[in-house]
Design a protein around this ligand. Structure first.
Ligand SMILES: [Zn+2]
Length: 220
């Protein structure tokens, strides 16, 4: 009964708190709950599993499973290390994940969201340049869920001006954190969030942006 109670508690924390807090998508929820079931609820901290087996277990395609696992790792829900031809995945319970999200981290993540987002003209111009897509993952942006991110983080001496700003989705903004844009793009590519071709295009775009060749057309 004690075990059952504990499982119920974990589920409640996951559904009511962790998932909304981290904006977990259905796929991430599936992968996370599958992993918790097969590790922590069985009394072990982690599991060694091949990506194909994990995908089968969760009922997702290979690329989707890999992508969601990558996102879970970025959000601190799991830790993934390569292990022979598989990966060793350590799984954290909701309370453990939440404990690790310190106030300082939130502030740091927030700092990169720019005031430029209040300037409508600039917003429109940047969005037009990005063709309405997230600069990083290329997902189509939905009004009200658009974030503006510094290519070179302010924390690393990046410019607060618009020539250092791109439009992106909430997930990318949040999980890029104060890391560099290039490193984040490479990570995205590794997790198959974007293709190699897209990666090259994005890297070229970053170079253009940093050179100030924005071609921002101001809206009338
Ligand atoms: Zn994105």
């Amino acid at each position: 009964m004690g075990e059952l109670k504990k499982a119920g508690q974990i589920w409640k924390e996951f559904e009511d708190y962790l998932a909304p807090l981290l904006g977990m998508k259905p796929g991430e929820r599936s992968v996370y709950s599958y992993l918790v079931r097969h590790t922590r609820l069985e009394g072990r901290r982690g599991v060694v599993v091949g990506m194909a087996a994990l995908a089968r277990g969760v009922g997702l395609g290979y690329a989707a499973a890999r992508w969601h696992l990558f996102r879970l790792a970025r959000k601190g829900c799991v830790q993934v290390r390569p292990y022979r031809h598989a990966q060793a995945i350590e799984v954290f319970l909701p309370e453990e994940v939440i404990r690790e999200i310190r106030v300082r981290d939130w502030e740091r993540l927030q700092r990169d969201t720019v005031r430029v987002s209040k300037n409508r003209v600039l917003r429109a111009a940047i969005l037009r340049r990005e063709r309405g897509r997230c600069f990083y993952c290329q997902q189509r942006l939905v009004e009200g869920k658009i974030w503006f991110d510094h290519v070179v983080p302010l924390a690393r001496g990046g410019s607060p001006e618009e020539k250092n700003v791109v439009a992106c989705c909430r997930t990318c903004n949040r999980w890029k954190g104060t890391g560099g844009a290039e490193a984040f793009l490479r990570e995205l590519c590794k997790a198959r969030g974007i293709s190699k071709e897209q990666l090259q295009k994005r890297l070229a775009a970053i170079r253009e942006i940093l050179r100030g060749k924005l071609r921002l057309r101001r809206a009338a």
